[in-house]
Design a protein around this ligand. Structure first.
Ligand code: AMP
Ligand code: GLY
Length: 424
């Protein structure tokens, strides 16, 4: 079977790496991919939102399954585009249609969905230009910190957490009236702050049945000790020690089941991943957000722990036979440490030559922002390379990731040397 993966990050390299191991795979293509995906498949120069070019490629290369990495093409309706086209409608798309993608594309939609289907989440209200004054009044009823969320996609930057009431009011006005996040913040969700430890749970569903994938925790801040600016993620660990089987059973019963049932009840035929961001509040899960894709760098620890054939699972999603598929997980712990370009998540330079790949031992290097430049591999993004390792204990796996982080060289390399500090 021929498969096309859309995207160019560490997540997509992890998908491609795993798909390449499938006996069912014939040819693997990645659009646009990176220097890592080029080692396990063929990169093609097509953007993830160029649906017409994707169509031509899919038809001329007999692609049977398209795996959509990032949320953007999903929110833009790539799955709907396939279903509306007679030549494409029988090709499997891993990722929801536009209706399901609203779970990530609109915070207000996801809050209404959770409330309707009894999924535990923080109390909230949403506001626009017409009821901005009510927003100020609602903030006064809450205690700090205040959580303000742009309704739409804002490249992961649309959530503000503020200690001061006056500052929260000012930011609310900046978001709604001054378009701080453009159209994305024309509507703002204000919600209660949840205390506790965060955990990400990943579900793969064909709309009827589901598999719960390994859970993970990521480290979002740029600085050690979880200080400084938010990033896409600086490292991840799977599984998470506090998420034992009793806790995960609660997550399945209170969150996963009502989510899958709610999608069905609302007539949303959902095929793909659901990434559930949870806060563990004294042993009780509360949903912070849904994403309609896998996380990055969480994928770089979740996918390597899946022992089953990923292409077989994707086939199950596409044909709605997921319930027939076996699903086995590696008991070992996986960790990943992300090497980034100095300056990230603010300004940084690209095009730095990378060396040391042939000295890596006991880690899998998943490429994120890399590309080929003649004979060299050079940096081409903020997040550059995720080093994933296994261990019987967290520390053993981390030791391999950190040792290899020292063996890869490029100008202004930075990584957090404290990934997992709160778990070991
Ligand atoms: P989101 O984009 O909704 O995931 O929010 C980004 C981050 O903000 C989350 O990963 C949490 O760390 C934090 N966050 C969001 N909502 C809340 C909340 N209600 N209480 C506490 N932290 C939150
Ligand atoms: N690592 C967080 C995300 O992918 O959204």
């Amino acid at each position: 079977m021929n498969v096309l993966v859309l995207g160019s990050g560490g997540r997509e390299h992890a998908f491609a790496w795993k798909l390449a191991q499938s006996p069912k795979l014939e040819n693997l293509f990645i659009a646009p991919g990176n220097a890592g995906t080029a080692q396990v498949g063929t990169n093609i120069e097509i953007g993830v939102n160029d649906f017409d070019a994707i169509k031509d490629f899919v038809l001329s290369n007999d692609i049977k399954i398209v795996v959509v990495g990032p949320e953007d093409p999903l929110v833009n309706g790539i799955h709907d585009y396939f279903l509306a086209d007679d030549e494409l409608k029988n090709i499997g798309v891993i990722g929801p249609k536009r209706d399901g993608a609203e779970l990530e594309g609109s915070k207000e939609f996801s809050k209404i969905f959770m409330e309707k289907h009894g999924v535990p989440t923080a109390k909230y209200q949403s506001f626009t230009k017409t009821n901005l004054e009510d927003g100020y009044t609602f903030l006064e009823t809450l205690s700090p910190p205040y959580v303000l969320k742009a309704d739409g996609l804002a490249a992961g930057k649309g959530v503000l957490i503020l200690e001061d009431l006056e500052e929260a009011k000012t930011e609310l006005s900046n978001m709604i009236e001054s378009g701080k996040f453009g159209d994305a913040s024309a509507t703002v969700v204000i919600e209660e702050f949840l205390h506790g430890i965060e955990l990400s749970v990943f579900v793969l569903t064909d709309g009827e049945s589901y598999k719960i994938l390994p859970s993970a925790k990521d480290y979002k801040r740029i600085g050690e000790g979880d200080k400084g600016l938010n990033t896409g993620g600086m490292g991840a660990i799977s599984p998470v020690p506090f998420a034992d089987s009793a806790y995960l059973q609660k997550v399945e019963d209170l969150v996963v089941k009502p989510t899958i049932a709610g999608l069905k009840a609302d007539g949303i035929d959902y095929k793909g991943f659901i990434f559930i961001g949870l806060m563990n509040d004294n042993g009780n899960p509360s949903v912070v957000e849904y994403n309609v894709r896998m996380g990055d760098p969480e994928t770089e620890v979740v996918i390597p722990r899946i022992k089953s054939d990923l292409l077989d699972l994707f086939e199950g999603v596409a044909n709605q036979t997921l319930h027939e598929k076996t699903f086995e997980v590696d008991e070992r712990i996986a960790t990943t440490v992300m090497l980034v370009s100095g300056g990230y998540p603010e300004g940084y330079e690209k095009g730095k030559v990378m060396t040391g790949f042939n000295t890596i031992e006991n880690s899998i290097p998943f490429h994120a922002g890399t590309k080929k430049d003649g004979e060299n591999i050079v940096t081409s993004g903020g997040r550059v390379l995720a080093l994933t390792s296994f261990g019987a204990e967290i520390k053993e796996a981390l030791d391999y990731s950190f040792a290899n982080a020292e063996k890869i060289h490029f100008d202004k390399k930075y990584y957090r040397s404290d990934i997992g500090f709160d778990l070991v």
